[in-house]
Design a protein around this ligand. Sequence first.
Ligand SMILES: Nc1ncnc2c1ncn2[C@@H]1O[C@H](COP(=O)(O)OP(=O)(O)O)[C@@H](O)[C@H]1O
Ligand SMILES: [Mg+2]
Length: 369
Amino acid sequence: MKQMRSFGTRGRLYPDKHYVVPRSEEISDFINRIKEGKYIVLFAPRQTGKTTFFRFATEQLTNQDESYFPIQLNFETYKNLSSSDFYISLYREICKEIEKVLQSRARSSSAETAQFLLDQSIVDHVSMREFFENFTDFLSMQEGVRQRVVLIIDEFDGIPQIVVSDFLHSLRFIYLSDNQRCIHSVGIVGIKSITQLNYDRSISPFNIQDEFNLPNFTLEQVQELLSQYTEEVGQSFDQEVITSLHKQTAGQPFLVNRAAQILTEELDVPKSDTIEMEHFAEAHAQLLEERNTNIDHLLTNIRRDRRFEKLLMKIVSNSNRPGVPYNLDNEIIYELIMYGVIKKDSNRMCGIANPIYQHHIVREFYNEL
Ligand SMILES: Nc1ncnc2c1ncn2[C@@H]1O[C@H](COP(=O)(O)OP(=O)(O)O)[C@@H](O)[C@H]1O
Ligand SMILES: [Mg+2]
């Protein structure tokens, strides 16, 4: 019997275990850019669905066309490594990923591949480029068709400061090399943008980047997510619940799932009843009360700098119209956007990202008084 799915709020999402917004349009946009050989960057706050999105998109691409060879890395734990330790770990991870992909494609030639990987090494950014050149040639010969390596790096901000510039220079060098690049396309995913990582230099070595934007869920996407539950369980949501859920969370992926989780698992509404506004009011009250990872991050971030408080209070106070203009050159505004605390309003002013955050922010700073 098929296992019932649930709303995922912790760790990785699996389509057979969790309800999932397919984000099909965004995925096909992304896949097109990979095919065009773009070097894509996506910098967005925590818990906006970056990791999930890149995993699904990469999977879809390689199911569509096996001439794309994905290598997915994660730099989360590399921050304090020396340059040589970084490249040692990097090479180990690359080898693991290559084996994984070959296994999933049920390739039998693994003895040769294992030997090839043993014979190679990566010790710095130059040998990294040489490795990918050799690997693409080797792989293309094995497969009989030109293979296009796609390098996806999650949590890129974890890259050690000492290697970031050379590492990006190497990628840029590969990008600008003629016709058949040894890395066809790159996806760099993180929270801090590259210029912020490289703050000691005024110019980023990575000015070839194609920026990708992963918006919050639209009302339709929230509807779609909830309807997966309704189809499976038979319990429906009052339309007003769906619009309120979208409004209160502004489609923030984690908050949407957490709200749905409270409504469907924690309130004990009989499965034969429709989920109504009175239930939503309860779930909403709980979301405002509870501490979860998302709210913890929010509070940690707004406490980082005393100047945040002043700006945030100016944004939330109604008496202070016309508010705070949305200005990316302002360092404080820029940082709060990076943390997902504020966003651009319809009238080009700063607004708090969603009503739930607004509530927590007001409480945080009024408590201090
Ligand atoms: N496609 C999706 N469908 C449904 N929920 C999602 C989706 N993507 C992300 N989420 C929600 O957002 C949370 C964080 O997703 P994740 O991909 O780990 O974000 P990030 O990598 O940006 O931190 C998930 O636990 C889930 O609650
Ligand atoms: Mg992630």
